[in-house]
Write a protein of this length. Sequence first.
Length: 192
Amino acid sequence: MFLIVGLGNPGLAYAYTRHNAGFMFADYLASYLAFPDFKEKTDLAYTGKVIEGRKVIIMKPQTFMNLSGRAVVKIVSYYKIDSSNIFVVHDDIDLPLFDVRIKFAGSHGGHNGLRDIDSAIGKNYWRIRIGVGRPPSKDQVANYVLSSFNNDDIPKIIDKIFEPISSSINDLLFQESKANIIDKIQIAISGK
């Protein structure tokens, strides 16, 4: 079984903010792969289906970013999902806009959603880091990540980031050796 977690904040006020890049990806991926509509449960929204004989769940915590681990641990514990089969998609201010990095484990890098997930399930899961750029000064970070993407940026994010990852998601999930798949995705993204 595989779990893809898109991080963000619930509610229309946050829908297209930089901090909701993970939610935006989860919605795009669910549509791209023709998943059923998301179902709402306490603390989370999720959808799932069988792909190539394996169950894949896409979820969006509904606990607000800083408490994401509470929702993730519920679904991980219920389904007994191995941490190496968990992919968390999130915004990253340390990457330029339209850049992506995919890696296994590591530091939360100051991201409060990852920090809470780390405390709930440990650090050994996959991270798909979506670059949203950095504001000019550190004291602007909170307002910056909670502000909306520019309207022109959203179609570019879909074309340059969401589509290349989504078109390779089966390989990323199911292939044992992920290095070649990650390289392929990153080359596709850098070439757009």
